[in-house]
Design a protein around this ligand. Sequence first.
Ligand SMILES: [Zn+2]
Length: 243
Amino acid sequence: MKVRKWWKRMVILDLLLAGLLFLRTCQGYEESLQASVQYDQENREQTQDSVPTDQSQSGGKLVALTFDDGPDPRYTEKLLDGLKERGVKATFFVTGANASKYPEIVKRIQEEGHLIGNHTYHHIQLTAANGEQFRNEIVSTNEVIREITGEDTEYIRPPYGSWNKKYEEELNMFPVLWSIDPRDWCSDDADCIVRNTVSKIKEGDIILMHDQYKSSVIAALEIVDRLQKDGYVFVTVEELLLD
Ligand SMILES: [Zn+2]
């Protein structure tokens, strides 16, 4: 009897000790978890401090202006002047044909920090029947861009938005479509183009425009002026997509 009682007490004592140890372990685990979360947060804050992004510098909402079909000898440089004055970076999807005709403008686009993308050589639309030609147009335009800038481009705006995912891996190209189309190509009314854009704009939008119309250049700079006042920051599509 005595032995059984003693044995019972030992079991109860053991259980109590085990319980206490368990509680201490849990507490220790929570403390170390809290410490690691805090460490992560501090680390993140330090990283953010050391690598400021455009957004953190300005607290702005990022949007991207894109210009297709150029470069154009009449208007692209006027647009570049206006963008420079306003500290804006944009993206230019050039055709191979125009880039090879006006390489000095392509070079200036690059030198002023804008992003250059591919818009096929002759502005062709991908169809079920012309896959091989479409592919060759992308490759030849990439070659023209590389010859002028010394750099490869990974971005393509497929004319009319027609695309096949197989080219992404095959050619290492990333398609960039758009979220706002003010249809600047069918109106010479700059005010109308501005209204069509600013009335719809939201953070993260990609605006589709064309730099071979005077009205588009006037409208684009007016869009920048209005949206900058509202806290928008204009970046290249690469910066927008990586954000
Ligand atoms: Zn186009």
